[in-house]
Design a binder for this molecule. Structure first.
Ligand code: GRF
Length: 202
């Protein structure tokens, strides 16, 4: 039995592409990617999905009066396709506990910092401005907060003395593209066992 997953993305979709590439190389056993969704109809991520032969579904946030109505439409799209787990790959919307309750411990996100440091927007800039010497990325379970769920995987990269936000962000992105497919494999191998904040893997 395969785990039916959806990837949600709001933008360029390079992390989605990493998943599509692993899928194309048959390195996501037990995973069926049934849909890519976006809250932004023009998102490049949707084009990447179509190019890979995966159904692309836009649920335009602007078309709905409030978050509840938007989430109801998104949830209906996921349920229609039998989605069992959701991967957030640059999805720029907070999801409510009610939505997340439909996929308990089966929604993961990639964030470009070593959480719990630097949650939220501009994480790479935050890390640079703070002066950390080691940066990185985190795959975590999604709860109702901002990048606050239980940590599943992390990867570290060094910060160089002359780093810019772009240079450090690019170094982190290489690790993101390795880590997020790894997170998808964990979901497929699951269920993920969790005691409080501590997730036990493998
Ligand atoms: C990545 O840095 C990811 O960590 C963050 O949003 C960015 C998305 O990039 N959550 P992409 O759309 O996957 O290229």
């Amino acid at each position: 039995m395969s785990l039916r997953i959806a990837v949600l993305a709001s933008g360029r979709g390079s992390n989605l592409q990493a998943i599509l590439d692993e899928r194309a190389a048959s390195r996501l056993p037990g995973v069926e990617l049934v849909m890519v969704g976006s809250d932004v109809p023009g998102a490049a991520a949707l084009d990447r999905a179509r190019a890979a032969g995966v159904e692309a579904v836009a649920v335009d946030r602007q078309a709905f009066a409030d978050r509840a109505a938007f989430e109801a439409a998104l949830l209906a799209a996921l349920r229609d396709r039998g989605v069992e787990a959701v991967v957030l790959a640059g999805f720029m919307r907070l999801l409510s506990p009610a939505f997340l309750g439909a996929f308990p411990d089966r929604v993961i996100n990639i964030h470009p910092s070593l959480l719990p440091s630097f949650p939220g927007l501009h994480a790479v800039r935050q890390a640079l401005e703070h002066g950390v010497k080691v940066a990185g990325c985190t795959v975590h379970l999604v709860d109702g907060g901002t990048d606050s769920g239980a940590i599943l995987l992390q990867a570290a990269v060094p910060v160089m003395a002359d780093d810019t936000e772009d240079a450090l962000g690019a170094r982190i992105l290489v690790e993101e593209h390795r880590l997020l497919p790894e997170g998808v494999r964990l979901l497929a191998a699951g269920p993920i066992r969790r005691v409080g904040r501590r997730a036990t893997l493998g």
